[in-house]
Ligand binder design. Structure first.
Ligand code: PLP
Length: 285
């Protein structure tokens, strides 16, 4: 089945889909995005992602490009036309096409693009079984990391550094030596005392939808959580480390920089939380 992209009202073959060279997303990174996981042909946490999309847009003084119901219809259509069972849908909204000038253009409709792709559940399961390694890097991003902006250059540089060093992800560290989050994931630790710890939401991190759903599941299962920032030292000396994101779910970390975590295999709590999250996904999907 050939890939189909949605671009401003049209469903086009992926290879022919394009936007104008003066799209403000292209020239100013003036736009936001969402990535929603699809399991068994259904979206996980659709409402949460649409809420966050609307919030990100509002923070940039933009509206949803269409009402929610038609937007949901287009999302389903993109998934259907691409024949996706397991994968992701990518949604991007920018401030539209206008002659290049920093202030907002007047009466310019926003641009809406959606693409979808398949992901292998088997490969994801294998990665989770083995666990992954992460590196730490300075967090050089702007002060509004709560907005899911397409301005991702620091994240790109962080992820490339991780890749260059044979790691899966880079955890970013603020000026006070506290871990903020991964380049495209939220960071969690289990302390030596067995406390599950993750950073509270603020302008310093993206409020991950997976993070929020896992927190709800922890609550339902009576599992205690400590919402606080943690240091790089705490990260290195943690009993367990894991990350969350829409595409990674709950992913155990077995090495941070040169430090092996636990016995170098996914920890029991991380594995249990992955199972809890997988169960949540099969109920939500
Ligand atoms: N933090 C950042 C910087 C991200 O880009 C992402 C996802 O892309 C996340 C966290 C995880 O968010 P979610 O669970 O909503 O995918």
């Amino acid at each position: 089945m050939s890939r189909i992209a949605y671009v401003n009202g049209q469903y086009l073959p992926h290879r022919d889909a394009s936007v104008h060279i003066e799209d403000r997303g292209y020239q100013f990174a003036d736009g936001v995005y969402e990535v929603v996981t699809i399991v068994g042909g259904r979206m996980i946490d659709e409402a949460g992602h649409l809420d966050r999309l609307e919030r990100s847009l509002n923070e940039l003084r933009m509206d949803l490009p269409m009402k929610r119901e038609p937007l949901k219809f287009v999302m389903r259509e993109v998934i259907r036309q691409n024949g996706i069972r397991d994968g992701i849908i990518y949604i991007q909204v920018t401030r539209g096409v206008a002659p290049r000038d920093h202030p907002f253009p007047k009466d310019t409709p926003s641009s809406l693009v959606m693409t979808a792709k398949r992901l292998s559940m088997e490969r994801a399961a294998k990665t989770a079984e083995q666990g992954i390694s992460v590196i730490t890097v300075p967090d050089i991003r702007w002060a509004r990391r709560d907005i899911k902006s397409v301005s991702l250059l620091p994240n790109v540089l962080a992820k490339q550094e991780a890749k260059d060093k044979g790691a899966y992800e880079a955890f970013q560290v603020d000026e006070d030596g506290m871990v903020t989050e991964g380049s495209s994931t939220n960071a969690w630790i289990v302390s030596q005392e067995g406390k599950i710890i993750t950073r509270p939401t603020s302008n310093s991190i993206l409020a991950g939808i997976t993070r929020a759903s896992l927190i709800k599941e922890l609550d339902k299962n009576g599992i205690e959580l400590e919402l606080r920032s943690f240091t790089v030292d705490e990260l290195h000396s943690a009993r367990e480390v894991f990350l969350t994101s829409s595409t990674s779910y709950v992913l155990p970390v077995v090495k941070v920089d040169d430090q092996v975590i636990g016995n170098g295999h996914p920890g029991l709590i991380s594995q249990k939380l992955r199972t809890i999250y997988e169960n949540f996904m099969s109920e939500d999907a």
